[in-house]
Design a protein around this ligand. Structure first.
Ligand SMILES: CC(C)(COP(=O)(O)OP(=O)(O)OC[C@H]1O[C@@H](n2cnc3c(N)ncnc32)[C@H](O)[C@@H]1OP(=O)(O)O)[C@@H](O)C(=O)NCCC(=O)NCCS
Length: 420
């Protein structure tokens, strides 16, 4: 007999429901339980927490953060759009592989569009094989990099001049810097696609680095970069001191590094790779990051691998098209497959003029056929439709695919985002 699965959103003020979400999360993620309850509850996504029951038993959870995503605009820059950041996905071990996650995913996608009025959902995946089936595509990737102590960045003089004019100050992360960080993160959002900005409230929460939640490591630090009296960058990092055969070989872990220009990025990076008693600095960069381009080659960054960063799911394609910049005019007919949000599946005429795109329904034969996940994959400029056509995911007239690729192209690839 098929199980009876129901998904409900918890009342944000319901403490018992928040406790239930936390209990299930700790079970799924093998939490040690050392984080005091009050701190763990503070980080529980109450704003939008979802509980799935299976045959009456609590079986799964999910949460959603209020985020903004920077999508390509018309002049090679980017603009922030409201999105929902799926998080805290977990299914009770006794209820795995019975469709609980699938029910949560369907619920979240509809909720994002119909109740939140947002056109995009995003997530970061614990494992690569889970989310493609729900219409998500890998929109950005990162190089898992480690910079040795004293790494040199071959930045040109103009950039170096900006870096020299930048002042750096180290502080200990604290919630009262959340507003400042949020303002800067929003400003960075217009510099290129792929930035994910947490809400002001979540930014404060993110910077509340309590002794209980950090275990043995030092308090998280914020390195602020200012120039002419304004914030131009910030890095969030912590150090782990270690010794190797009598020599200091500590590790610096950089969680995020935001900058409004290359000069601020250079100033921050040069400080982060030259901290006393440290041997290396781990920071995962996108392939187009200036830090990578100031190296002779990617090999110089001790890249230990590549990983998917942000996964994007379009839940309202006409709105998403209207909200995203187009680099050139285009007029093609696209058939979209979407097995979950079936009302946005079907054939659309996709036109753009003066940078602004529009979808309208049509009955004519499509030039291009693709899955909703293919659009998520190309949305931030991290992949091309032609590459996905070469892999057989996208089919149709190569000329039409090339024209749509030109319209969707971005001068620079998406940045990596913070975790959420
Ligand atoms: C991953 C997880 C949420 C899956 O939940 P679930 O309720 O068992 O998933 P469902 O039964 O709805 O499975 C839906 C489909 O996804 C597949 N699937 C589920 N987990 C998968 C995984 N880790 N890798 C690949 N495929 C997976 C299922 O086989 C099923 O495929 P099918 O439709 O072809 O039959 C659950 O195993 C879990 O809680 N894992 C630990 C926490 C975690 O990784 N959470 C994700 C955070 S980003």
């Amino acid at each position: 007999m098929a199980s009876d699965i129901h998904v409900t959103r918890i009342d944000p003020d319901d403490d018992a429901a928040a406790e239930l979400v936390l209990d299930l999360d700790e079970l799924v993620w093998s939490a040690s339980g050392r984080v005091p309850r009050v701190a763990a509850l503070r980080d529980t996504p109450r704003r939008a927490g979802f509980v799935a029951t299976r045959d009456g038993e609590p079986a799964g959870i999910a949460g959603s953060w209020d985020v903004e995503l920077s999508v390509p605009a018309t002049q090679g820059d980017a603009s922030l759009r409201p999105a929902e950041g799926l998080t805290w996905v977990g299914v009770h071990p006794d209820h795995r592989r019975a469709g609980v996650l699938s029910a949560l995913m369907r619920h979240h996608l509809r909720w994002t569009r119909e109740e939140q009025g947002r056109s995009i959902a995003v997530l970061k995946a614990s494992e690569p094989g889970i989310y493609g089936r729900f219409g998500y595509g890998v929109a950005s990737s990162e190089l898992m990099s480690s910079f040795g102590r004293g790494t040199k960045f071959a930045a040109p003089q103009a950039v170096r001049g900006l870096a020299r004019a930048t002042t750096l100050r180290t502080t200990t992360a604290s919630p009262d810097q959340g507003e400042r960080w949020h303002t800067l993160a929003r400003e960075c959002g217009s510099t290129g696609p792929g930035h994910l900005v947490r809400s002001a409230e979540d930014s404060r929460r993110l910077l509340a680095d309590t002794p209980e939640s950090r275990g043995e490591r030092e308090p998280a630090r914020l390195l602020w970069a200012t120039r002419d009296g304004r914030d131009v960058g910030v890095a969030y990092f912590h150090r782990t001191p270690t010794w190797d055969a009598g020599s200091a070989a500590g590790k610096v872990g950089v969680f995020f590094l935001l900058s409004v220009d290359a000069g601020a990025r250079l100033a921050l990076a040069e400080r982060l790779v030259d901290l006393d008693l440290m041997g290396s600095t781990e920071y995962w960069v996108a392939p187009d990051d200036v830090l990578a381009l100031w190296q002779p080659s990617l090999r110089s960054m001790s890249v230990s691998g590549v990983t998917d960063n942000l996964w994007v799911r379009l839940v309202d394609v006409p709105t998403a098209v209207a909200e995203r910049g187009h680099a050139v005019d285009v007029d093609v007919v696209v058939r979209v497959r979407d097995e979950i949000l079936t009302d946005q599946a079907g054939t659309w005429r996709w036109s753009a003029g003066g940078g602004v795109g529009e979808l309208s329904r049509t009955d004519v034969e499509p030039d291009i056929t693709l899955d909703i996940g293919d659009l998520g994959a190309v949305w931030l400029g991290g992949q091309s439709l032609a590459a996905r056509a070469a892999a057989g995911h996208v089919t149709g007239d190569p000329g039409a695919i090339a024209r749509l690729d030109l319209a969707l192209r971005t001068p620079i690839g998406p940045v990596g985002t913070i975790d959420f």
